[in-house]
Design a protein around this ligand. Structure first.
Ligand code: CAA
Length: 384
């Protein structure tokens, strides 16, 4: 398919492809096995200016759009989605500042992220996952600043990020409308981390609790206004879900390529496996679903880049569709590669493990069906 990428986009895509093949591929199995955060790789990616892509030019970024980020995440995920999500979750952590930060906040934090400081986004809590408005972490206003108390759970880049955007209640009586967004720096007294979670997949990425105990932050770290936190969180997620779609797309692409290579070489019944109609059918099914997902993800990213104000539905659709494709493609790839597919010294089982989370995080596919249905109900099913 011709996606009419610009010369800059082709350059970004081939840069990410080269980093993935030359730097990530040789260490991906070891990082996965040791559950080791890819600090050095992220530094190399920052040295290649990849962290500048999603930061506006005014703040030492390259001013790239959603499609630029998707192209990078897709290429990285084709080889290792754990490294890719550590990168993409930095964009997730930065979006609240990019979209709603004050000029001072942007000047202070965005150039740092552009040069490779890792960021994270803290919304989920032990009692608030899909039900994002069920958060209990509080931010109490005092003359010295805001005092945070509470625990955030399952936070990607937790512990390894330097800059955190956190959603907390400034008014416990008002539910979603009582939430506010804040910037919290690592090493702030009263801010510590829980244990590193052990996961099925994306094992090189870090997932930890963020614990706030009387953590005092300056009043100027409030993002936007008190009461805007839920809207900030929802808009951040609308912007970041295409990145997860691209992650899923890259995983699926990597799994299909691996399955094609293997089935071309593996001889059974006197012929390569790929000559068997049942294998051909499965590979063709992978190819058509991946291309359909790519067309949707790129179209949604371009819709966002066109400057439209609301894209909740489109963003959710891309995430749901691409992540379901990734799960199906990786499962089929393991299946047609048989014993090799199942063994840990072959990459397919890791891709299958990694694919699962794309159906779960940044809004489970079930809750995103709900978000799509809400939009349908609002416009009575009609499209303009
Ligand atoms: N944009 C702007 N405003 C929005 C919005 C959006 N996308 N979605 C909701 N709102 C507004 C509503 O208009 C409403 O405003 P009013 O009160 O002024 O009417 C307000 O927010 C509350 O909306 P709802 O009543 O619809 O909220 P809800 O509590 O029913 O929840 C939901 C809606 C869509 C299910 C939401 O809770 C949700 O998105 N849940 C999923 C959360 C999620 O994605 N978590 C992922 C965590 S981050 C992560 O996974 C990162 C990682 O590790 C990589």
């Amino acid at each position: 398919m011709e996606y009419f990428l610009t010369e800059e986009q082709k350059t970004l895509k081939s840069l990410a492809h080269r980093i993935a093949e030359e730097r990530i591929l040789p260490v991906r199995a070891e990082l996965d096995e040791k559950e080791q955060f890819p600090t050095d790789l992220l530094k190399e990616m920052a040295a290649s200016d990849l962290f500048r892509v999603f930061i506006p030019e005014k703040y030492e970024g390259l001013g790239g759009g959603s499609l630029d980020l998707c192209l990078i995440v897709e290429e990285l995920s084709r080889v290792c989605s754990a490294v890719a999500v550590s990168y993409a979750a930095t964009a997730l952590g930065a979006y609240a500042i990019i979209l709603y930060g004050t000029e001072e906040q942007k000047q202070k934090y965005l150039p740092a992220i552009a040069s490779g400081k890792i960021a994270a986004f803290g919304l989920t809590e032990p009692t608030a996952g899909s039900d994002a408005s069920g958060i209990k972490t509080t931010a109490q206003k005092t003359p010295e600043g805001y005092i945070l108390n509470g625990t955030k759970q399952f936070i990607t880049n937790g512990g390894d990020a330097e800059i955190y955007t956190i959603i907390a209640l400034t008014d416990k009586t008002r539910g979603a409308r009582g939430a506010s967004a804040f910037i919290v720096e690592k090493d702030t007294p009263g801010f510590t981390f829980g244990k590193k979670e052990k996961k099925i997949g994306i094992r090189a990425s870090s997932t930890r609790e963020l614990i706030f105990r009387n953590c005092l932050i300056p009043a100027e770290n409030l993002i936007s206004k008190e009461g805007m936190g839920f809207i900030v969180a929802m808009k951040v997620l609308d912007n970041s879900r295409p990145g997860i779609s691209a992650q899923a797309l890259g995983i699926a692409q990597g799994a299909m390529e691996t399955a094609v290579d293997y089935t071309r070489q593996r001889i059974q019944f006197g012929q390569p496996l790929i000559s068997l109609p049942v294998v051909q059918y499965k590979l063709a099914d992978m190819a058509l679903n991946i291309e359909a997902a790519r067309a949707l993800v790129y179209a949604v990213a371009r819709t966002i880049d066109s400057g439209v104000k609301s894209f909740t539905e489109e963003s959710a659709m891309a995430k749901v569709f691409a992540s379901d494709v990734a799960m199906r493609v990786t499962t089929d790839a393991v299946q047609i590669c048989g014993g090799a597919g199942y063994m840990r010294d072959y990459p397919l089982e890791k891709m299958m493990r990694d694919a699962k989370i794309t159906q779960i995080y940044e809004g489970s596919n079930e809750v995103l069906h709900n978000a799509i249905a809400i939009e349908l109900r609002k416009r009575k099913g009609k499209r303009e």
